[in-house]
Design a protein around this ligand. Structure first.
Ligand SMILES: Cc1cc2nc3c(=O)[nH]c(=O)nc-3n(C[C@H](O)[C@H](O)[C@H](O)COP(=O)(O)OP(=O)(O)OC[C@H]3O[C@@H](n4cnc5c(N)ncnc54)[C@H](O)[C@@H]3O)c2cc1C
Length: 413
């Protein structure tokens, strides 16, 4: 008999959601991570349950504005050329997926999955007694130039066509909603159905507590290798061999570093993102506010104002890019007026496949190994539903979401 029904490698929002869903369904679960639950990329994000975020970075507008995105010091996107040259397959696939037809297809698949996001996370919020961490004030997106305000129309209409609700807010009303904004506002849109969390790591800590109180076990170690047979899996972690009926690979951007999991050949890359915190300044905004042109959000986090976002395509192991942090702090002052010195700075790793769709499903090599990674900019939003779908698969149930677009053996373009 196996030691566990399910062993989950990774305790970010995705792995923790898989573990808690499975434990709530009565399975014997082991959660494996060398770090505290929720201390990776799931710690430092923009805190938004972004059910509207079905348009990934792959978009035709990226192709048309590539030169200015690449070379302007005011660009929310930056690219390490050395990294791009070392990873031509990922880069070329990513760009190919910016063409109109694949971008439309990808947005449709993400919108489908996002339509189940609340149903995936709400039971976890309840199980973790985390209702007090949830803010129901939507997300406000603003644009400060006529050109960008106009250019936003196409994406907004595509969202509307995919079922995402939003409402236009006139600039004066936007300032009444968020009096701390110092920008000239040319356009504002309220995604009123979105929610946010005051503190994503606190949420995951409470999920972990609920998991433990239901009998879930935790091993503080790195999963080093997995081997599967017809009857189960064996994981090597922290020098021990652990047997389970199923292994779930949910190690975020590091998911292709586990020997034998079959993930090495998948084109998993990372879009690095940053945050800068300002303690005692959380009152500057009352909900996540995104500034379209600048590519980042101002967020009222439990521990202060968090300015967070931007995309840096560079290696996982490359050092922090201080120019990115300076960009966020400088643009933050443009957005909100003068700010004090930051209280902390952070770099995180969005796990991204070149088509910006996550991998959720069985490994092509073994039904016993389940993949749950690659949630790019929306893992906090999609972690809950991913956990439920993975538990369905481990139980041999038919999930109520079509998982074909998220299969590991799809074409990544
Ligand atoms: C700047 C920024 C802003 C963002 N804003 C939002 C937002 O507002 N809304 C949203 O929905 N998403 C947002 N995201 C995206 C979201 O944070 C990620 O998609 C999500 O955190 C990914 O979760 P994860 O569990 O896959 O990875 P992680 O949180 O990185 O967790 C992976 C875990 O695996 C562990 N691990 C690694 N290797 C091993 C191993 N070998 N064995 C065991 N464990 C291992 C790590 O220690 C870590 O704990 C943002 C991301 C960034 C960077």
């Amino acid at each position: 008999m196996a030691d566990y029904d399910i062993a989950v490698a990774g305790a970010g929002i995705v792995g923790m959601s898989c573990a808690l869903w499975a434990q709530m369904r009565g399975h014997k679960v082991l959660l494996i991570d060398p770090e505290d639950p929720g201390s990776g990329t799931s710690y430092g994000n923009a805190c938004t349950l972004a059910t509207y975020a079905c348009l990934p970075v792959n978009d035709p507008s990226v192709l048309s504005s590539l030169p200015s995105l690449m070379f302007s010091k005011d660009s929310p996107l930056s690219l390490s050329y050395a990294h791009a040259l070392r990873n031509p397959r990922w880069m070329l696939s990513f760009l190919a997926n910016c063409r109109a037809a694949p971008a439309r297809r990808i947005a449709g698949h993400l919108a489908d999955l996002l339509s189940h996001a609340d149903a995936g996370i709400n039971p976890l919020i309840e199980a973790a007694s985390a209702q007090d961490l949830v803010v129901e004030r939507g997300q406000l997106s603003v644009w400060s130039t006529e050109k960008a305000a106009k250019a936003a129309s196409d994406g907004l209409e595509r969202r509307r066509a995919l079922g995402v609700p939003w409402r236009e807010v006139d600039p004066e009303a936007a300032l009444e909603m968020e009096p701390g904004l110092h920008l000239p506002i040319r356009r504002a849109v309220h995604f009123h159905a979105a929610r946010s969390l005051r503190d994503p790591q606190e949420f995951i800590t409470r999920m972990h507590r609920a998991f433990a109180s239901l009998g879930g076990a935790t091993l503080r170690a790195k999963a080093e290798a997995v081997s599967a047979s017809g009857t189960g899996v064996e994981l090597l972690a922290g020098g021990q061999g652990i047997t389970a009926n199923h292994a779930v690979i949910a190690s975020g951007a590091f998911s292709n570093r586990i020997e034998g999991a079959g993930t090495r050949k998948l084109p998993l890359g990372t879009e690095r993102g940053y945050h800068v915190m300002f303690e005692d300044e959380a009152h500057r905004v009352t909900r996540p506010v995104g500034w379209g042109e600048a590519g980042f959000y101002a967020v009222p986090h439990a521990q202060g104002l968090r300015l967070t976002g931007t995309v840096e395509i560079a290696a996982l192991d490359a050092p922090m890019n201080t120019r990115r942090l300076a960009y966020i702090a400088r643009k933050g002052a443009e957005m909100l007026g003068p700010l004090p010195a930051p209280s902390s700075e952070w770099l995180g790793y969005r796990p991204t496949l070149p088509d910006s769709l996550p991998v959720i499903g069985r490994s092509p090599q073994s039904d016993r190994v389940l993949y749950a990674f690659g949630h790019q900019h929306i893992g906090l939003t999609l972690g809950g539903i991913t956990g439920r779908l993975i538990t369905d698969l481990a139980e041999g149930r038919q999930p109520n979401v079509d998982l074909a677009p998220f299969a590991a053996d799809r074409s990544f373009a």
